[in-house]
Design a protein around this ligand. Structure first.
Ligand code: SDX
Length: 431
């Protein structure tokens, strides 16, 4: 981050304050207000942080106007086309694309950490079988703090590295176990001869009673979904991980906090909510009814899978996923899938509707991911766990970046207090 010679001037009660301006590699300039309260005795006010940079970072850049998403400078559509998830993990974690030997070493380290402590299997049995897999993942990932004590000291760079590899390696195993538990099937152990996406598909869909061959078209689509969800700047769950980590909490507890935040339907839970909405719409002739509801200020209904806090033009991930949806459903022979038909017509109607155009609402990453995942055989309840699995590398990369910063301090926002002025306690007899 480069301090520019420019400063902004704030005139307050007749006094002038200089606010240094920081110039980024790309994106908006930033007003440095760190000394504002100390010098001027005022806070800034920005619920939802729509105009606030919470940190500096070198990992991901989003241009919401252009619909651009870069990971360490590489456009997401090029990574989705030419790279694969573990290579993108390496890029996010270490800053550059790996050389062949570096990639082989990284993939071996991840592969050899995919099993979880055998005792953790008993944790699943404490849940009801109808527990949501996200509830199980939040609990089991948090419980990793109780099993992997040799990688919880955040001040030890080696332990931070081990925790990072363990998280990336074990999340597919935990997500698959959560799924198997809820359908009453036995857990399937990871296999070291399979790639990351194939391993996950096999742990989800194999049964001990027969062989399971992973279909390369489906594992490629799965890997692409992982890649498209890997990181996304300072979104709500990533900000949650950063804030939790700023207190010095161990990485497993912080990632569990990120999973909990991602679960919300306004965030990562939107893919499940979007499929449920498409199912509720059912047929194209009911689309106008739902479009009307989405516009009705008195109706809390929103078109799930539409809109984005940052993208105000197009979500580049949705464009890639739309192509993947066509490929996967075509391969599976279900491209006349009624949900996909409704989704495509809903997109068409919404994008040609003045309300949605004015409010810059268009399909986001969650709109098509659910359709692909359902076609691949996943129940709706597994959509967000797959999002969480994919986003773990983003949470971990942002966590490592923050923890390694010697300037890091505990995050502690202030507030605009609108409560009661000081008043004295009155005994109950006098109230
Ligand atoms: C993800 O931050 C990230 O990067 C997230 C994510 C990631 O990779 O981490 O990209 C993943 O979370 C994608 C978003 C998934 N969520 C959904 O699909 C849920 C539906 N979308 C909305 O909830 C909403 O669009 C948000 C939460 C995504 C963004 O909301 P904003 O930017 O805070 O916008 P807003 O709620 O202030 O809405 C602005 C206006 C409002 O109307 P007015 O009050 O101005 O009249 O647009 C309307 C809203 O009513 N609006 C919608 C709408 N989204 C916004 N109206 C109908 N349907 C919608 N989906």
């Amino acid at each position: 981050m480069v301090k520019s010679s420019k400063t902004a001037k704030l005139l307050l009660d007749g006094k002038e304050y200089d606010l240094p301006i920081m110039s980024p590699t790309a994106g908006p300039e930033v007003l440095d207000i760190r000394k504002l309260y100390g010098e001027a005795g005022v806070f800034t006010y920005d619920p939802g942080f729509t105009s606030t940079a919470s940190c500096d970072s070198t990992i991901t850049f989003i241009d919401g106007g252009k619909g651009e998403l870069l990971h360490r400078g590489y456009p997401i559509d090029q990574l989705a086309e030419h790279s694969h998830y573990l290579e993108v993990c390496y890029l996010l974690l270490y800053g550059n694309l790996p050389k062949p030997a570096e990639l082989e070493d990284f993939e071996n380290r991840v592969t050899n950490h995919t099993m979880i402590h055998e005792q953790m299997g008993y944790l699943f049995r404490g849940f009801r079988r109808d527990a949501h897999p996200m509830a199980i993942m939040t609990g089991v990932v948090g419980a990793m703090s109780a099993f992997y004590h040799d990688s919880t000291d955040i001040n030890d760079p080696w332990q931070r590295e081990v925790a990072s590899i363990r998280m990336i390696a074990k999340m597919p195993t935990i997500a698959a176990m959560a799924y198997k538990y809820t359908i009453g099937q036995p857990f399937v152990y990871p296999r070291n001869d399979l790639d990351y996406a194939s391993n996950f598909l096999r742990m989800c869909f194999a049964v001990p009673a027969e062989n399971y061959e992973v279909n390369p078209i489906l594992s490629r689509a799965m890997d692409r979904i992982f890649t498209l969800h890997a990181d996304h700047e300072q979104n709500a769950s990533t900000s949650t991980v950063r804030l939790a980590s700023s207190s010095g909490a161990n990485p497993f507890a912080c990632i569990a906090a990120g999973i909990a935040c991602l679960w919300g339907p306004a965030h990562g839970g939107a893919n499940q909510a979007c499929l449920e909405m498409l199912r509720e719409i059912g047929t194209a002739d009911r689309i106008p009814e739902f479009i009307k509801r989405a516009k009705d200020k008195d109706d809390p209904f929103r078109l799930m899978g539409f809109g984005h806090r940052v993208y105000k033009n197009t979500d580049p991930r949705a464009k890639v996923l739309k192509r993947s949806a066509d490929e996967v459903l075509d391969f599976l022979g279900v491209n006349n899938n009624p949900l996909l038909q409704v989704a495509k017509q809903l997109e068409e109607v919404a994008l040609n509707d003045e309300y949605f155009a004015d409010k810059k609402l268009f399909p986001n990453v969650d709109f098509y991911s659910g359709i692909i995942l359902e076609a691949m055989g996943f129940p709706n309840s597994m959509f967000t766990p797959i999002f969480a699995l994919s986003r773990t590398v983003g949470w971990i990369s942002q966590w490592k970046e923050m923890i390694a910063d010697p300037q890091v301090k505990i995050g502690r926002p202030r507030q605009l207090y609108l409560g009661e002025a000081p008043r004295d306690y009155t005994d109950i007899e006098k109230r």
